[in-house]
Design a protein around this ligand. Structure first.
Ligand code: ARG
Length: 465
């Protein structure tokens, strides 16, 4: 029997039900739906809509449902269209006529929006914790490599030597912005839609402020039509997941490149690498590749759901049911990717000698030679030209750059010392730059930021309250 059987003269068509049912997807909202239903019932009691005795019966029935759900003993029925229907059906089985009062003043429209916000609040906070974990791993690895250096790249061409710590933290700061975005999204989604009813509220004296507080939301909706049709929090969550996925993809791509024999900068730990079914010698970076591959799926969820939203008139439309599959999948996939990349990065072996040899190619200090000239009064464009022609002559004639610099009338032996291993990265002094002193400061600032982000998220419940 459907929730609306009184209105229709016949049983619903089978294919109609198959097409519209969402239980397989939304059953994971069960715990949140029970919590929201309990808050609704307590609210009905406070407002005097239900007498205390009936409130107690309903709360006890919901408590039984909760136990059945958590022990895996809840029997979903073939007729249950969605998780909300299933729970109301079961409450009515347990509580009889009183169960039939559960849905007083409520619609599935405000109900589903409430449950989904509770779910998203918890899962986004859990995701932020996974990102913070990866950020902490990057800090750990950065601290562990001291002054190790590698070439920094632009256009994937060697550009200047940088400290490996600086390179690793570049990914860490991007992840910090993801945490920031999650915190922002959490603040905006912290609104209870419960009490909005189908779209217009109710003639009964409901207490949306009270139910919002009961569920730990910062505030209630301001407009009931907006409350049941707003899925901005889903779209924002999908964007947060997509951009985080893009960051993990870029980090993944770099691990793929750096662990190739062509680079030889990283070696994968056996536990975090895969082999080949055919080629006995292979060791493959599948975790990094999958992190890269999942980004496509995450971006797809965002684009798909925005498309679902774009033509919808106010207020609730059944199209909105399509919010859950992309949201659940995006949160699942990106948090797993975070944890997998965390494990991969924690266990990477850094081939410091190979990196250092590449970073110490004298030509990577070319701009330092130009800046040496600038410090002695030469205009930069002219200095660039002088050094550029020495590089060209070295490449064309085979003479080492250091010899040409030593012999150069503008440069000479003192300037040639800038080409010594490590000299270039030691000289970098811009705050936030890749030099040793600046990186030491950066490590402290990054650690402080990480600690404050951890504290910021600590207040958000990891489980249903
Ligand atoms: N399963 C539906 C959803 O996820 C619940 C709301 C259905 N409301 C309705 N009026 N048909 O959106």
């Amino acid at each position: 029997m459907t929730l609306w059987s009184g209105r229709m003269g016949v049983e619903p068509a089978e294919v109609m039900m198959a097409f519209s049912a969402s239980l397989d997807v939304d059953r994971r909202l069960a715990g949140d739906d029970v919590q929201a239903s309990m808050a609704h019932v307590r609210g009905l009691g406070r407002s005097g809509i239900l007498p205390e005795a009936e409130v107690d019966v309903l709360l006890a029935a919901l408590g039984t449902v909760d136990e059945e759900l958590s022990s895996g003993n809840f029997a979903f029925g073939a007729q249950d269209e969605d998780v909300h229907t299933a729970i109301e059906r079961r409450v009515t089985e347990i509580a009889g006529d009183t169960g039939a009062r559960l849905h007083t003043g409520r619609s599935r429209n405000d109900q589903v929006a409430t449950a989904l916000r509770l779910y998203t609040r918890r899962e986004l906070a859990a995701l932020a914790r996974a990102v913070l974990g990866l950020q902490a791993t990057l800090l750990d690895r950065a601290r562990g490599v001291g002054e190790a250096r590698l070439p920094g790249y632009t256009h994937l061409q060697r550009a200047q030597p940088v400290l490996l710590a600086h390179h690793l933290l570049a990914h860490g700061w991007a992840l910090g912005r993801d945490v920031d975005r999650i915190a922002d999204a959490l603040a905006r989604l912290d609104v209870s839609p419960l009490g909005a009813g189908a779209l217009a509220g109710s003639s009964l004296p409901l207490d949306p402020d009270g139910t919002a507080a009961d569920l730990g939301f910062a505030r209630r909706f301001e407009n009931s039509m907006d409350a049941v049709s707003d899925r901005d929090f889903v779209a924002e969550s999908l964007f947060v997941c997509a951009l985080l996925g893009v960051h993990l993809s870029r980090l993944g791509e770099e691990i793929v490149l750096f662990s190739s024999d062509e680079f030889g900068f990283y070696r994968l730990d056996d536990a975090w690498a895969t082999g080949s079914s055919m080629l006995p010698q292979k060791k493959n970076p599948d975790v990094a590749e999958l992190a890269r591959g999942k980004a496509g799926r995450l971006v797809g969820h965002l684009a798909g759901f925005l498309t679902t939203l774009k033509g919808l008139p106010l207020s609730y439309n059944r199209d909105l049911q399509e919010d859950k599959e992309p949201l659940f999948d995006a949160l699942d996939q990106v948090s797993l990717a975070c944890r997998a990349i965390d494990g991969l990065v924690s266990s990477l072996v850094f081939e410091l000698d190979t990196m250092r040899a590449a970073a110490d190619a004298p030509v990577l200090a070319a701009v330092d030679l130009a800046e040496w000239l600038v410090e002695r009064g030469t205009p930069f464009r002219q200095a660039h030209g002088i050094v550029g022609s020495l590089v060209r002559a070295s490449l064309a004639g085979g003479a080492p750059l250091v010899e040409l610099v030593t012999a150069s009338p503008e440069l000479g032996p003192e300037a040639a010392e800038l080409l010594a291993p490590g000299a270039a990265s030691a000289r970098r002094r811009t705050p936030g730059g890749a030099g040793s002193a600046a990186v030491a400061v950066q490590l402290d600032r990054y650690a402080a930021r990480l600690a404050s982000d951890e504290a910021r998220l600590a207040g958000i419940p990891a489980h249903n309250t």
